[in-house]
Ligand binder design. Structure first.
Ligand code: ATP
Ligand code: HMH
Length: 273
């Protein structure tokens, strides 16, 4: 089992309420049956309603965590989420390059749903450092606007923005359309082609951590050997199911459900005893 088990690392911030960040990533990895590991960049104080504060981890400790994992364990894919500041961005880039990390999925997290800055203003430009080492970068609409300088109103601008972000160094770009009205349309720019992924928007308030979950699912799928387009298709379906299975937890934007089918099976077994 452990010989074939794929290992996936998340480098991201902690969400103490469990719906986003490291916690969402590890749940997603469990659900994908890969072995999850985590490097924490920042400890946030948040719940389903609001992000209150964040304390960044020292860059040397971020480097140390990455090094400790890579020198002992073969990592099949890595997802990068909240990176907080310029020093942490540089530390991550240097260490991942040193370790020759592969299958890097970058979710360029900037602002939380409640409007809290998860990336320092002065670090937005430094995000391009990480674009250059990413195999797939997954900005949402506001993040894509900042990375490309293009105002996005619909699919045409999503395509233009993805092309600009590719030109800035990202190997492949998935622009997530969850913030636009209409359907949930994401556009993937890969090797000069555009691939749309469209699904109906699922009504409901359980969308806390959709972006974190999507990028962790893509990384898990790449680790398992799926090609990028298929990895994204399956990851998007996973997020959709997670929103449908959303948990009635907290008073704000609630978390996705992750292992609901397994829980349902366990309930059936218990009932039949
Ligand atoms: N209501 C919805 N129904 C179905 N899919 C959705 C919905 N909202 C978002 N998605 C999908 O979820 C994924 C994440 O998109 P979104 O634009 O919400 O990312 P994000 O803003 O980075 O998320 P986060 O809240 O974690 O920061 C995309 O694949 C998007 O299409
Ligand atoms: C730690 C963390 N990362 C990312 C997000 C964005 O959803 C969040 N709310 N918290």
């Amino acid at each position: 089992m452990s010989k074939t088990l794929k290992k996936v690392l998340t480098i991201a911030g902690s969400d103490c309420s469990g719906g986003a960040g490291i916690q969402a990533d590890l749940k997603t990895m469990c659900a994908h049956r890969v072995y999850g590991m985590s490097v924490i960049t920042s400890v946030t104080v948040q719940n389903t309603q609001k992000v209150y504060a964040a304390q960044d981890i020292d860059p040397e400790i971020v480097t140390g965590q990455i090094r400790a994992v890579y020198e002992d364990i073969q990592v099949d894919a890595v997802k990068i989420g909240m990176v907080s500041n310029v020093q942490i961005i540089q530390a991550i880039k240097e260490e991942l390059l040193r370790q020759k990390a592969k299958n890097i999925v970058l979710d360029p997290v900037m602002i939380s749903k409640s409007g809290f800055s998860l990336l320092k203003e002065e670090a937005i430009a430094a995000m391009s450092e990480l674009l250059q080492i990413a195999d797939i970068v997954t900005p949402n609409i506001p993040e894509a606007e900042l990375l490309s300088g293009i105002k996005i109103k619909g699919p045409k601008e999503m395509e233009r923005s993805a092309r600009v972000i590719s030109e800035r160094g990202a190997a492949a770009v998935l622009i997530k359309g969850g913030h636009l009205p209409g359907s949930a349309l994401d556009i993937f720019c890969y090797k000069g082609q555009f691939y749309p992924f469209e699904s109906p928007k699922i009504p409901g308030k359980n969308t806390h951590g959709t972006g974190c979950t999507l990028s962790a699912a893509i990384a898990s799928n790449l680790a398992k050997g799926l090609m990028p387009v298929e990895a994204i298709k399956q990851a998007k379906a996973y997020v959709g199911q997670g929103i449908k299975d959303g948990l009635a937890i907290g008073h704000g934007v609630g978390p996705l459900g992750h292992l609901n089918e397994i829980y349902r099976q366990l309930e059936r077994i218990e009932e039949s005893r």
